[in-house]
Design a protein around this ligand. Structure first.
Ligand code: HEM
Length: 916
């Protein structure tokens, strides 16, 4: 024992005390080490035992017990029936198992003493008038909600205690709740695809068409993801399906399909935690993109784990809580009426629960082939897809139609049957009373019917039906409870008990899911898939995920900034008020979308050449550039003005190009030297050549020689940006203007590009000593003179010559910006392609010889030119028609985007294109 412990027993006690109570994990760990040292030298005794027990507890709690996941293929993917979400209790939450019941019933509610379900509907639930939702929620909000609840509830018609679907947010309405159904949806052709526009849940066909449209969008998203996974082929294991057969073909299909399912289901969860939660919590009204992020690791104060990923089983109380039929819009009320009349051929009031079950069985038997299912009177096309514009029309209508408010006497009369089914199912489940449920949630039990609903008529009727508030059934208690007013933090505005409980349920459902927690990894979903399904809080539309989904899957039917795409869960009328209030109306398109001309693809070499030479087709770059550049000159330049050609010639001028060459040679040497590291033995050096040289060298050139921007380096800590930061800034501008970026990302990119251009332009102006705003003609003349005579070290030779070409100081600054944008990213890509081409070449030795031999420059140049054509990702370019015209056999309408498919059959070299 150390002397200090023998001398100061009180010190021992206080150490233990700190160990038990310290909140700082690092303190505890440090103490742990110290105590471990001491304990090893202690004689046996109570203090030693206590200290040892604490150490063991602390160490044990460092890891989850039992382990939450395993690396076997058996656990890697979701099962359609939800089995193995908890690998230790594989049946937890599995489809076809019993509902959970969370709350103990303490008040007897014998069915024979309870009021008739039909009478309850007629007195407490039946809609007396339509009251629009106070928060401006649209009917789409409740279509999405219906999709969410059908993902986790499907009460068996044969055994009301059985949930036929899994208790996980796994998009079961799309993928089915058993393997057999899932297999029937798949093409199984080695690419992991679903058949076009299919889904599995037949009960959704009995819901308004917008619910099915949403599901079709997720179905399309699956195929989009699967195609990307195959194209990117992250692990390099996928082969063209034509080269595979039998088990190998199936194995490849399974891997792509299952990974795409993981990514797509995570998209669904992202939509829940962005658009859906935002509407529920009223965050849209605040213009906030905040949301709960319930999946991450949380440690308790004693460093043990706060549980996650341990599975879930949906309970009957929550099934009851989600019966939100009172929110049905006027349009959907009409739709349900027509559906019931058509299906049952008798007055709606006469339809019984038995009629419903019989009819449902009959419909189920009619067509099991999901490829044929339709809804909303849509027809599938020959290729099995629905027409985009017809799907979009349904979405526009559902977004425009107002949902109804939650309230007693708010459920459409036509839904009497649905409500009676709900009430009777609850009785058979033995669900608790309203007050039992409130107590369970930690809420004060109601003391009277007036306390529950202050409308005297409602309270009075309920009292007459139930006698005492403690006997009020949960179903009726929840559906007819007084609704919350529209206050800060409230968006959904149901009764208070529902609003409190749904949040707990949402966290239980998602935090309990292994695939949203322990197995939510870039390895399982691939790096691309993992990034693709993330909710982006900084994304356009207050971080909307549905906006991204809609623009991806219906690319020609919404404008890039349409509120119909980014805020479909709110009516456009409500959104106008919110955006006006936040002074954001300018950023959004509030009009009902009209179909854009679909992109026209041109493949023939002759037609491509004709279009490129035709002045009626302009590059879309100028249009994009004008959105982010305040200077018209810069936008035109980026779009391909005459000055662009002149500047290109300037760069080829030997007096300039020699300097550029020298700069690149020097900086390349420096970057190689600074970034190389030795392998063991010290003879061979390694280097990340793309990251540290090919991306960095052009950045050093544009920053130093053009923009006069000092870069932060190891030796210069005072620079403005690191090379990587500047590359990313320019990359955003470049991608926005020149690349065919997915529409959903475009809006976020536009905001970044605008800001980056503004910042860079300020640096350039400052470097040139140029702030032209409000300057006199004399100032400008003197600036021009300075530019002409500037010393080489102040402004590089290019800057001095630029003035002669572009004509005004303002244009010099603009031209520098354009060169920075186009010469940095494009050059890095070109250099990387050259290197890749070289590394892929079978004859690297002779190419190396060419490079070493100064006399063989023309051959080397030929190699480089050939390599520049080598861009496996390059497919073609876009042009915009500015009037109706005919090209070859193709008629192109004004405002059509034309894709020139240059890569098709390598018909045309990309080098003949005007470079950007
Ligand atoms: C006009 C729109 C709607 C119609 C026509 C409709 C119709 C139905 C029908 C027919 C059932 C019985 C299903 C069965 O057992 O076969 C049902 C159940 C249910 N509905 Fe709705 N519904 C609508 C909207 C909603 C919405 C917006 C929600 C809530 C977000 C919702 C929540 C539920 C729940 C939780 C069940 C019980 C599901 C189960 O236990 O299997 N419904 N609905």
């Amino acid at each position: 024992m150390t002397p200090c412990f023998q001398k100061f027993p009180s010190y021992q006690a206080s150490l233990l005390d700190v160990m038990k109570n310290s909140k700082a994990i690092d303190d505890r760990k440090l103490l742990l080490l110290m105590v471990a040292q001491f304990v090893s030298r202690l004689p046996e005794g109570s203090w030693a035992n206590e200290a040892q027990n604490l150490i063991i507890k602390l160490l044990y709690d460092d890891l989850p017990h039992p382990p939450a996941t395993g690396v076997s293929k058996k656990y890697a993917y979701r099962r359609s029936d939800g089995a193995y979400n908890n690998i230790n209790i594989p049946d937890m939450g599995k489809a076809g198992t019993a509902y959970a019941r969370s709350v103990q019933q303490t008040h007897p509610l014998p069915t024979k003493n309870l009021p008739d379900a039909g009478l309850i509907f007629d007195t407490l639930l039946k809609r007396d008038k339509f009251v629009p939702h106070p928060g401006g929620l649209s009917s789409m909000m409740f279509s999405f909600a219906a999709l969410v609840i059908h993902t986790v509830f499907r009460t068996s018609h044969d055994d009301v205690g059985t949930n036929e679907t899994s208790s996980y947010v796994d998009l079961a309405p799309l993928y089915g709740n058993n393997e057999e159904t899932t297999t029937a949806l798949r093409r199984l052709d080695g690419r992991g695809l679903l058949y076009p526009d299919v889904f599995a849940e037949d009960r959704l066909l009995l819901l308004p068409p917008s619910v099915c449209v949403l599901l079709v969008l997720f179905s399309r998203n699956h195929n989009y993801i699967a195609k990307k996974l195959y194209e990117i082929n992250e692990r390099g294991t996928f082969r063209p399906p034509r080269n595979l057969s039998g088990d190998k073909l199936r194995a490849q299909d399974d891997e792509i399909f299952e990974t795409a399912r993981l990514v797509n289901v995570s998209w669904f969860a992202s939509a829940v935690f962005s658009d859906y939660f935002s509407a529920i919590l009223g965050l849209v009204r605040e213009g906030s993109s905040w949301s709960l992020a319930p999946f991450g690791e949380i440690r308790n104060e004693d460093h043990s784990f706060f549980e996650r990923g341990r599975g879930n089983a949906c309970s009957v109380e929550f099934n009851c809580l989600y019966r939100w039929h009172a929110t049905t819009s006027r349009e959907n009320e009409q739709w349900v009426t027509e559906l019931l009349q058509r299906t049952f051929q008798k007055p709606v009031e006469d339809i019984t629960i038995e009629d419903y079950f019989v009819k449902y069985k009959e419909l189920q038997g009619q067509d099991n082939d999901m490829k044929h299912w339709t809804f909303g009177a849509l027809q599938r096309q020959e290729d099995g897809t629905f027409k985009d514009e017809e799907l979009a029309e349904i979405l526009y209508d559902a977004t425009e139609s107002e949902a109804a408010a939650f309230r007693a006497r708010g459920t459409p009369a036509v839904m009497r049957l649905h409500e009676m089914m709900g009430i009777e199912a609850n009785r058979r489940w033995g669900v608790c009373s309203m007050n039992d449920f409130r107590q369970f949630l930690g809420l004060k039990p109601y003391t009277s019917f007036k306390d529950w609903n202050s409308d005297p008529e409602i309270a009075d009727v309920a009292e007459k039906l139930y006698g005492h508030i403690d006997f009020l059934e949960l179903y009726v208690g929840l559906q007819a409870e007084e609704a919350k007013p529209l206050v800060d933090g409230a968006g959904l505005c149901p009764g208070y008990t529902i609003s409190r409980a749904i949040l707990s349920d949402a966290i239980a459902l998602t935090r309990g899911d292994r695939f949203f927690t322990y197995d939510y990894t870039p390895y399982n979903m691939t790096a691309w898939g993992f990034a693709d399904c993330q909710r982006d809080p900084n994304g356009f539309g207050f971080g909307s995920t549905l906006g991204r989904l809609i623009l991806r899957t219906l690319p020609n039917d919404f404008t890039d900034n349409s509120v119909y795409a980014f805020f479909p869960l709110m009516t456009p009328k409500a959104m106008r008020l919110i955006l006006d209030d936040k002074k954001l109306t300018d950023q959004y398109d509030l009009a009902r979308p009209v179909k854009c001309m679909p992109t026209c693809k041109v493949t023939g070499r002759a037609d491509i050449v004709k279009i490129m030479d035709n002045r009626s087709f302009v590059t879309p770059y100028e249009l994009r550039a004008s959105k982010v550049c305040s200077s018209e000159y810069v936008a035109k330049f980026l779009g391909g003005s005459d000055d662009q050609e002149k500047v290109r010639q300037l760069l080829n001028d030997p007096s300039i190009s020699q300097d550029i060459l020298t700069f690149f040679a020097d900086i390349t040497e420096v970057l190689i030297r600074e970034n190389s590291y030795k392998l063991v033995g010290g003879e061979v050096q390694a280097l990340d050549v793309v990251r540290d040289v090919l991306k960095a060298a052009p950045i050093h050139w544009v920053a130093t020689e053009l923009g006069g921007i000092k870069l932060k380096t190891r030796t210069n800590k005072d620079g403005v940006y690191t090379a990587e930061e500047l590359f990313n800034m320019l990359g955003d501008i470049y991608s926005f203007i020149f690349l065919d970026v997915e529409a959903p990302t475009l809006m976020a990119l536009e905001i970044n590009a605008s800001k980056n251009i503004k910042d860079l332009q300020e640096h350039i102006n400052e470097h040139l000593g140029l702030s032209l705003v409000g300057k006199t003609a004399e100032f400008i003349d003197s600036f021009v003179a300075k530019l002409r005579n500037a010393k080489k070290d102040l402004h590089g030779p290019i800057v001095r010559k630029l003035h002669d070409i572009v004509g005004s100081p303002e244009h010099v600054a603009g031209a520098i910006l354009v060169l920075m944008i186009s010469a940095s990213v494009d050059l890095s890509i070109a250099l990387t392609n050259v290197l890749n081409y070289y590394l892929d070449s079978k004859d690297t030795a002779s190419i190396r010889k060419l490079a070493a031999n100064p006399g063989s420059n023309s051959k080397l140049e030929a190699f480089v030119l050939e390599a520049l054509l080598y861009d496996p990702t390059f497919e073609g370019v876009y042009r915009m028609a500015t009037q109706d015209c005919i090209v070859g056999n193709t008629e192109v309408k004004n405002k059509t985007r034309v894709f020139l498919d240059i890569a098709a059959g390598n018909s045309v070299s990309r080098l003949f294109l005007p470079t950007t």
